[in-house]
Design a protein around this ligand. Sequence first.
Ligand code: AMP
Length: 304
Amino acid sequence: MRLILLGPPGSGKGTQAQRLVHRHGIVQLSTGEMLRAAAAAGTPVGLQAKEIMANGGLVPDEIVVGIIADRIEEPDAKKGFILDGFPRTVPQAEALDELLRKKHLKLDAVVELRVNESALLARVEKRAEETRARGEEVRLDDTPEVLTRRLAQYRSLTEPLIHYYSERRKLLTVDGMMTIEHVTREINRILTALGALEPKEHEEPKSASKASKTAKKTATKATRKAAESASKAAKPARKAAKGASKPASKVKAAKKAAKKTAKQPAKKTVKKAAKQAARTANARKGAKAAKKAAKRLTKKRAKR
Ligand code: AMP
């Protein structure tokens, strides 16, 4: 499945992309995340982008197109991807069409998350608050002033994509003012109707992406450790259950409960570790794609 999530800043593209990734085992390609990773790595493109992003501007088309062109070549993107924050301009959309055409790949759909602008400031402020609460660095562009500029950019440069994709019969609009859960359900419903998804709601993805496989591997160690300590913690409970003068069925039930307690924290730790590892792997790939795109651009400029 190849999908584009379209919507203004704060419309929930990132959140919904992550949910789709989790459910379908395909990768999320967020140009914003990749540029932030490149900025954190201190690459020339990253540093150039950092300033543009902090001011609410758009990074030049040729840079982001180059990043995406490299990133979709990676093996983990072969089964499909969700583009989050790309394309943002008509020239980017045209470049993407050309890229996909050359690779004989089809875009399944463009999902537009439609939201009231008046709700966006509160959402972005909430995102900044939650980031702060997690002890992470708040995005430089999550401020009211920069948001105003980003919204203006969205209206003038990105909104024309609604017409672009609707003309190509790719556009599907979802009410982004519903709860996160409802929006996810609605996206899944329309993708299933389109035939882009299997209509099995509760099934795990058949084939996990390479990123999530790597994540699982990384998580195995943490699992074992967590399982060990959880098992240790549950030992007294198991002992108590064993020695208690209760009917056999009750002892059995207590044992089962103790076992369950031992498993739970381990499960959570695995999930968390797997998610973190997948995010790190994705960010690393994004920064690598940004570096490659920068090199190619320098060569091209030198030739001119
Ligand atoms: P996002 O994380 O999608 O909100 O993007 C954060 C910032 O990264 C944007 O405000 C832009 O400065 C930059 N950016 C991300 N994607 C693109 C893109 N496709 N084209 C140009 N700039 C982008």
